[in-house]
Design a binder for this molecule. Structure first.
Ligand code: SF4
Ligand SMILES: [Zn+2]
Length: 546
């Protein structure tokens, strides 16, 4: 296990780490003095930004989380009157929780990955595929990859900037989750829940039970793995841990390219994995990489189209990671031998602008590039505004992306009577999928539900809860996360939209001849479904449809 305090870091990395630590040291007297001056000016009616600029400290402007920490200290000491308007102005980046849920990402400890992918960064201090000074990796290393400390520090920093953390999606990143020993995985999830619960538990089951009613509830648990690691036994395992979504690396849908890049699995493996994950009701997020060794912009367009043309695939969510040439990867040797060429930035925007309009409205593009610090990029794209540049090109061409992310209502207030229920049907994994959504004016999305109606030969999952059941795989209502007990007029979460979507899902399932509706709930949403007539099964919650 590596730790920044003992690891052999270069001078540059250590300097960055020190700067990172300093920025989080709320006790520094010089910064505190500047923060006080700014707060007093703003409380007296001054604009925030100019006041910030008038009082730099240690050669930099203060961050808002520093101001918030000082605001808390001053109001607690009675030196400043609590002022909700000032508080609102201090809160930063509200967009982070506008999807309704606060995300907490944590990394597993360094551990060998069974994959040998050419493009994968190799840093012995990190879980495979991560780079030591990527933003998320810094916090992980600083906390010695301890799940409790990582989650607790992330929750603290979210709360320190005034974000509600009542609903939390836990995102476990790093290498291939399925390759870690089972005992490590259980302990890891247990400690994450302990951090949410604010108290320790003796077993995973106990931590899960406590979280059902905790102030910070786990409403989603996500892991990342490879298609060839997905088996029905593994899926049962993941359900026992409480996993609700699986991120799975496809990277390409061409066996030649998969082999060239050392992926160690085939397209057939990906299809089989998707069928299993869908049959077990998991939300499926695919990772896809253009510009792999052996690909061209044209072959990438064709490859991408297969993601949605192939009824065995059709992911719910997507991360598009244009290949980044990193010195520590095997791909770098190919580049030096002249066998690999990164696309130009223009080629990359062209490609993204060409493929985004192909994305169906039931899919969400979560990411469009990886957050690797630019100095690690040996050659090729070093610009980070790919999404915006591609969007501009699409706008100029009169095309657009209709993915979920591009249509979310976000901060907009919506009235119930502005919303209409929309239903999309498509075939996937041998059965039928229904994507039910509430659409606001201008094609905005206020919430959605994914319903699977299994059909055809069903994989033997040995999950009795799912026998003859239709499955709710996802239910998501947008709106600012509001602490339990408070309400926010007009925020989409407060119209009972979730109940309406569930009622419609029941109706569809009954009409299609299913006797049971199962839901893949996270531990923190079990109560929500109980209140709506679902009972606890072994690995899912189920409702008999009479
Ligand atoms: S499977 Fe993932 S983590 Fe493992 S080598 Fe390949 S890209 Fe890296
Ligand atoms: Zn989009």
């Amino acid at each position: 296990m590596s730790d920044f305090t003992t690891g052999d870091y270069t001078e540059e990395e250590r300097a960055r780490l020190d700067a990172w630590k300093r920025a989080r040291d709320y006790s520094d007297p010089e910064r505190r003095a500047a923060a006080r001056a700014i707060l007093l000016e703003v409380a007296g009616g001054a604009e925030l930004r100019p006041a910030l600029h008038r009082h730099p400290a240690r050669g930099a402007y203060l961050s808002k989380d520093f101001l918030i920490a000082e605001y808390r200290a001053m109001t607690a000491a009675g030196e400043l009157a609590a002022d909700p308007a000032l508080w609102e102005r201090l809160r930063m980046k509200p967009v982070r929780t506008l999807s309704g849920v606060a995300t907490v990402s944590v990394l597993t400890r360094p551990y060998p990955c069974p994959g040998g992918c050419l493009f994968c960064p190799d840093d012995v201090r990190m879980p495979k595929s991560y780079i030591a000074d990527e933003p998320g990796a810094l916090r992980a290393a600083q906390n010695a990859f301890d799940p409790f400390r990582q989650a607790a520090s992330r929750l603290d920093s979210l709360e320190s900037v005034g974000h509600p953390t009542g609903k939390v999606e836990l995102l476990i990143l790093g290498g291939t989750w399925s390759a870690y020993p089972q005992e490590y995985r259980e302990q890891f999830v247990l400690r994450l829940l302990d951090a949410l619960n604010g108290e320790d538990s003796a077993s995973l089951a106990e931590a899960q039970r406590k979280n059902e009613r905790a102030a910070r509830r786990c409403v989603g648990l996500v892991v990342e793995t490879r298609p060839d690691m997905i088996t029905s036994e593994e899926l049962r395992n993941l359900r026992r841990l409480g996993v609700t979504k699986i991120q799975v690396g496809l990277q390409s849908l061409d066996d030649r390219i998969l082999a060239l890049n050392g992926r160690g699995h085939t397209v057939a493996d990906a299809r089989r994995a998707f069928r299993l994950m869908r049959a077990a009701g998991f939300k499926i997020q695919a990772h896809w990489m253009p510009n792999l060794l052996g690909a061209t912009p044209q072959s990438d367009r064709e490859d991408f189209a297969r993601l949605f043309d192939d009824p065995d695939l059709r992911p719910d969510e997507l991360k598009i990671y244009p290949t980044i040439l990193v010195k520590s990867s095997l791909l770098y040797a190919c580049y030096e031998r002249g066998e690999y060429h990164p696309y130009s930035y223009d080629d990359l925007i062209e490609l993204i602008a060409a493929i985004k309009p192909l994305i169906p409205p039931y899919c969400r593009v979560n990411r469009l590039a990886r957050d690797i610090p630019m100095r690690h990029v040996a050659a090729g794209n070093t610009r980070s505004n790919l999404r915006e540049d591609a969007q501009r090109l699409m706008a100029a061409r009169g095309t657009r992306c209709r993915c979920i992310r591009c249509r979310e209502v976000r901060a907009r207030r919506v009235a119930r009577d502005e919303l209409r229920l929309d239903e999309i049907s498509y075939e996937a994994g041998g059965g039928a999928e229904r994507f039910l959504s509430f659409i606001a004016p201008e094609d905005k999305l206020a919430g959605y539900l994914r319903l699977s109606l299994p059909g055809g030969p069903h994989p033997d999952l040995r999950m009795p809860d799912l026998a003859g059941a239709a499955i709710v795989r996802d239910l998501h209502i947008y709106g600012q996360t509001v602490p339990i007990g408070e309400s926010q007029d007009g925020a989409a979460q407060h119209f009972g939209l979730g109940s309406e979507l569930l009622a419609r899902a029941e109706e569809i399932a009954r009409g299609a001849g299913f006797h049971t509706l199962a839901v893949i709930s996270a531990v923190g949403t079990r109560d929500y479904y109980r209140e709506r007539g679902f009972e606890d099964g072994e690995l899912y919650q189920v409702k008999k449809l009479t």
